[in-house]
Write a protein of this length. Structure first.
Length: 388
């Protein structure tokens, strides 16, 4: 079935007409920021841009455009936007058309910012990856856990969304990051596995990392990201959600158009809760090339796989998912899903391809970008595994 879909897509995109679908609300010029060197030195020919645009337009038409997609879609080559499309309304049924400036909840793609903030503090000598969690939280009940284990999702700590059910958390009370830490200390829920024994994806890891960022930097998580990343990179439509934003942020919807309600889990951050745009995330992508923002050794450590318990091309670095393909090729990415919000952020580093899709009405097709990567690059996946 997957091979059939792949062949169908290849036929359809080859026949598609050009049509980049650019919005009238164009993204702001980068200006003299950390991105300027990358932007000036990376260009593609008009012919190549037209070829790539035709491919991406075909993908959009067959995978997103005919499935009720409500959101923003951008593909870039070497930092140059080759296709962008904005579809639907921020509030379903209203006339507030989605624009390049419309921010979306990027869900777990937030983890990439949390991870890189920790690594920036490591560069500054303010913490080490080998630091024990007791260094930051003296009453933390689990020995043997380090910062690196949180970043690589190997701590074995349980997901707060699950253990709160067992301790019968009052859902009328909005959970905070401090509450996550205090409940771990008080109730000591069972670990999923011995620390560093295996990969175990868990949002609790990144809630704790956000608290470490605050403790080490002396700033709120939101202020540290703003001052370290968002302002220097001119990410003008990116911010961290807080309880005062609930009436004004872009809402999310189930697949059937019913609006999702805020819950007791909507205030925790580090694992989620950044709102951003596809154009701002392209700036983030470009800042992770070169050494203007991070040392090369830092980037190498972030994009290094750390879990090998199961064979295959899937792996996890320090806050980044990845595919490790033959010939040392890697695709670095992170998806997100929270309520009706979907996010896909792919960095095909070997070919300088960036794919960013954000939506606020649940749409599983947002994650089905493997055929697009294969159409744009020489890279090939093994289709004996399900799409993710």
């Amino acid at each position: 079935m997957i091979l059939f879909r792949k062949r169908t897509f290849l036929i359809l995109y080859a026949a598609a007409l050009t049509g980049c679908g650019s919005s009238a609300d164009q993204p702001a010029v980068y200006g003299e920021s950390l991105l300027i060197q990358q932007k000036k030195t990376s260009t593609i020919s008009q012919k190549e841009k037209e070829r790539l645009t035709k491919i991406v337009a075909g993908f959009y038409d067959t995978t997103l455009g005919n499935t009720g997609f409500n959101g923003a879609f951008l593909v870039a080559k070497a930092g140059n936007i080759i296709f962008e499309k904005y579809a639907g309304s921020a509030h379903l049924g209203k006339q507030d058309t989605i624009l390049a400036s419309t921010p979306f909840h990027i869900a777990s793609t937030t983890k990439t910012f949390t991870a890189m903030a920790v690594l920036k503090l490591v560069e500054e000598g303010k913490l080490q990856l080998t630091d024990s969690l007791q260094k930051f939280f003296p009453q933390f009940p689990y020995p043997g856990m380090t910062v690196k284990m949180l970043l690589s999702q190997r701590s074995g700590i349980p997901n707060y969304g699950y253990y709160l059910e067992k301790i019968k958390w009052n859902k009328d009370v909005k959970l905070t990051n401090a509450d996550v830490l205090s409940t771990l200390i008080e109730f000591k829920p069972d670990l999923q596995n011995t620390p560093n024994k295996r990969f175990n994806y868990c949002n609790t890891n990144f809630v704790l990392l956000a608290l470490i960022i605050e403790k080490v930097s002396g700033k709120s998580y939101a202020d540290y990201l703003q001052q370290t990343f968002f302002t220097p990179l001119q990410m003008t439509h990116t911010n961290l959600f807080n309880r005062n934003d609930s009436a004004t942020v872009t809402p999310s919807y189930m697949w059937n158009g019913i609006q999702e309600a805020f819950t007791h889990l909507d205030l925790t951050y580090g694992d989620k809760n950044i709102y951003s745009t596809v154009t701002d995330l392209l700036k983030w992508d470009q800042a992770l090339y070169g050494t203007e923002l991070f040392q090369q050794s830092t980037l190498d450590s972030a994009f290094q796989p750390y879990s090998f318990e199961k064979p295959g091309i899937h792996n996890y670095g320090l806050g980044w998912r990845m595919y490790t393909l033959p010939n040392d090729k890697k695709i670095i990415y992170h998806n997100g899903w929270w309520h009706g919000n979907n996010a896909t952020f792919y960095r095909v580093i070997s070919d300088s391809i960036t794919i960013i899709i954000l939506g606020n009405k649940f749409n599983r097709n947002i994650y089905r970008v493997k055929p697009l990567i294969e159409a744009l690059t020489p890279l090939r996946f093994s289709y004996d595994e399900a799409q993710d």
